[in-house]
Design a protein around this ligand. Structure first.
Ligand code: ADP
Ligand code: MG
Length: 335
């Protein structure tokens, strides 16, 4: 016998073991009722993942469950919010118990890690689509934003870039499968930088999570802040695994750099730090969470959406900033 909509809700989604004290009413009524402390602002973000658009059909249900929540938590991290609650809208082609079991393993595994309670949602039949809304709490007036970068601030990133995009090449069989499948994990099980986002409150002048690639997302900071930036390509952090692939000639060095600059799905943070906050940020975040890759220019960019220039040994290789920004004009010269 197939499962009904209500069987699915009660057997899979309503059995979240988490019971936050600020949830007055969770799954089961028409609305959830949630308590927001008076000294906090509610940070809200929603993302939709569609099969074969946002994830390959080969993605396991557990990885999809993890990732559908992780991308939202990454948005909360980018504003420095503490995750609290989530709602889940899921469209399923069939009511497959094993599939649902596995999906929940990934979703609730990550939810538990960040004390996020699933408080409601919607369950329908249709093509495989997962939409997750996340809700977080941030001290009033302290949320990190995109618009605060100032001339001479350092441009920093957490972690390593380009691994998820490399994983996508493996998943779509454009690159040979390597063992262990680290790159696939980076694609399918991103780790949102929630702690880092919280630590950067009061230090970073701007912050964004890297979901669409460094160039595109840094571009949003620059546009919102009305500034330009110079990136040192020699400082773009590539993982040990990526360097191994380059050594093994599985992937070309410039291709790796291009993936790091433009590949999506890394879910690291890109942020700017004023000089007087740099040391403190590096001390509390740890060096690997706070690598300097460039500097905000001291010229104000008025009409520019790209506003990125490259320096470093590899700058020659990129006569233009990849991803098709129209207004790029630096061509590898220093700012
Ligand atoms: P309504 O018809 O009032 O919108 P539903 O029948 O869609 O409510 O859902 C019943 C309850 O189950 C609601 O509390 C809803 O939030 C919850 N719910 C439905 N689907 C999900 C899901 N995928 N995850 C979490 N909660 C869900
Ligand atoms: Mg209703």
């Amino acid at each position: 016998m197939g499962l009904s909509e209500f069987d699915i809700i009660s057997r899979f989604f309503a059995r979240d073991p988490l019971r936050r004290t600020d949830v007055r009413l969770g799954i089961g009524d028409d609305c959830a009722l949630l308590e927001v402390p008076s000294n906090r602002e509610l940070a809200v973000s929603i993302d939709t993942l569609i099969e074969d658009v946002h994830f390959p059909a080969s993605t396991s249900p557990s990885d999809l469950g993890h990732k559908s929540l992780a991308v939202g938590l990454s948005d909360l991290a980018a504003v420095g919010a503490q995750p609290a609650w989530a709602t889940l809208s899921i469209s399923l082609p069939t009511a497959d118990e094993a599939w649902l079991e596995d999906f929940c393993k990934g979703f609730f595994g990550l939810a538990e890690q960040y004390n996020v309670q699933l408080v409601g949602g919607d369950t329908v039949r249709g093509p495989l689509v997962v939409t997750v809304q996340v809700h977080g709490l941030v001290p009033r007036g302290e949320a990190l934003r995109r618009g605060g970068a100032r001339p001479l601030d350092s441009v920093c990133v957490s972690g390593y870039l380009g691994d998820a995009a490399t994983g996508l090449l493996v998943a779509t069989e454009q690159l040979e499968r390597v063992s262990p499948p680290v790159m696939l994990d980076r694609l399918n099980r991103p780790e949102p930088r929630v702690e880092l986002g919280g630590l950067l409150r009061g230090l970073a002048s701007s912050c964004i999570d890297i979901s669409d690639g460094l160039i595109a997302d840094l571009g949003h900071i620059l546009e919102a802040s009305q500034v330009s930036a110079t990136l040192d390509l020699d400082r773009i952090p590539l993982s040990r695994e990526m360097l191994d692939l380059i050594d093994a000639k599985v992937i070309d060095q410039h291709k790796a750099l291009k993936l790091a600059l433009t590949g999506g799905d890394d879910y690291e943070l890109c942020f700017t730090l004023p000089n007087d906050k740099l040391k403190r940020a590096q001390a509390i975040a740890g060096a690997g969470n706070c690598r300097i890759i460039g500097r905000i220019g001291d010229n104000k960019v008025i009409k520019c959406t790209g506003g990125i220039k490259f320096t470093g040994a590899d700058a020659e290789y990129f006569p233009e900033v990849p991803t098709g920004y129209d207004h790029f004009e630096g061509k590898g010269k220093d700012a």
